[in-house]
Design a protein around this ligand. Sequence first.
Ligand SMILES: NC(=O)c1ccc[n+]([C@@H]2O[C@H](COP(=O)([O-])OP(=O)(O)OC[C@H]3O[C@@H](n4cnc5c(N)ncnc54)[C@H](O)[C@@H]3O)[C@@H](O)[C@H]2O)c1
Length: 254
Amino acid sequence: MADTPSLHDLIDLSGQRALVTGGGRGIGAAISRRLKEAGALVTIADRDPAAADTAAKIGAGFVSCDIADASQLSAAFDAASKDGALEILINNAAIFPTTGQIIDVEDDFVARMLDINVRAQFSATREAARRMTGGGKIINMASIVGLGGGNNISAYGASKAAVIALTRAASSELGRKGIRVNAIAPGVIDTPGVQLEMEPLKAGGLDVEAVIAANPLGIAGAPDHIARAALFLVSDLAAFVNGHVVVVDGGSTA
Ligand SMILES: NC(=O)c1ccc[n+]([C@@H]2O[C@H](COP(=O)([O-])OP(=O)(O)OC[C@H]3O[C@@H](n4cnc5c(N)ncnc54)[C@H](O)[C@@H]3O)[C@@H](O)[C@H]2O)c1
């Protein structure tokens, strides 16, 4: 047992450089907090200027970045790895505007969704793979709607299914470089983004809190529920976990 690492060592991320896209609020902010707590050197890349305040509170670096812009994305990676190789990418930034029924969805809408949620996440995975010269960990933020059907989610669901396929392919290719690639598929999580999306429905009388807690556990999914799974995946607790999709949804899709 002499060479069995302690539990503390398994979750210790001391000195590991981490880039979190969309870390300004919601799930990305919760993950940034946990990574920092585990000792990582965290850089948040977000297009919302308010994310700078979140970063300052957490003790993370901040780069103003729209991940869909190639030069801004590259600059974010430069900032996160200016003192050494990047080790962790949390590929989290995405949009989820209400899609509507397929018969009403226009090409421009689909193109915008896929550009941010798939093409830009692909670019970020590629950048990370090039820069993780000493190995690393990538988490792609998928969704349970990338795994199953649903109403009004066709474009978003397609984008998240693509993220899952990207995760699996990347894990096959990058394993020999010492890079593990996994995805998390959250269920409904109470974040500012979800609250904003539900605003019009709330006005129409929808009990948003009930929707958020509509899972077998009957509790609201919180950003930190996702952050705990992310911490597991980037830590050495998950040293042999690669190409996996961790569903964190209170059992909604069980
Ligand atoms: N909240 C949920 O119920 C839920 C469920 C399944 C999956 N997800 C996924 O989790 C991730 C985070 O969701 P959330 O609910 O925390 O979202 P959110 O809208 O609350 O926060 C998203 C953050 O990403 C940033 N962002 C968006 N587009 C960006 C871009 N192009 N470049 C840089 N930053 C950008 C926003 O400014 C914001 O700070 C997303 O990938 C989302 O699809 C969320």
